[in-house]
Design a protein around this ligand. Sequence first.
Ligand SMILES: [Zn+2]
Length: 222
Amino acid sequence: MLSVSFDDIPVSAWTEAGPILAEHGVKATYYVAGGLSGRRNLGLPQFTTEHLQALCAAGHEVGCHTFEHVSTLALSPTDLRASLERNAAWIADRLDGYRMQTFAYPYGDCALAAKKVIDASFTCARGTLDGVNAGRSDRLNLRAIGLESRRLPSYDLEALLAQTRARRGWLIAYGHDVGDRPTPYGCRPLDLNRLITLAKAIDLDILPVAAAWQRMVARDQF
Ligand SMILES: [Zn+2]
């Protein structure tokens, strides 16, 4: 399986990536920090409520990324729990009671004490450690490759996808902005298009993170 995800999220993760996803019939996961809505982050305008409602209506998954977009290394378990609750309430208010099922760690930072808190609220959580999830994997710190201009040149995407298929694994990709001149944390439209095209060429199923996790559990009968 392949999952495609976007973090924070910059406006272009929806306005530029959305049409590419739609063209391929792919549903992605958007990891949202409500506190970033309508603001700027890393120099880029972030999503508005209208973007959020549009991507949810289009069938994409909305996941949690804390409310303030803060590293779990900087939060006590109590403060993390409060941030998750703020984000859950903020999202539910705007998406008709929607409940987020999965989490992505801001900056990829996974504090040991945070895992228990995350486990209580979500089915699984995504980090930013490179690699394919197969065999033994950490459900609370799933591996993911960056759809990021700073990281993409180091990947052999064909090999990663072939490995995913051979090991009956799960490859997760995450990105931020999408455009012809991406930041170091974003990618070009053709990069996203290429990943999806390559995955389809070897018949990987492309599912949002929560749906992929459900399928993994059903398959392996934990
Ligand atoms: Zn983030």
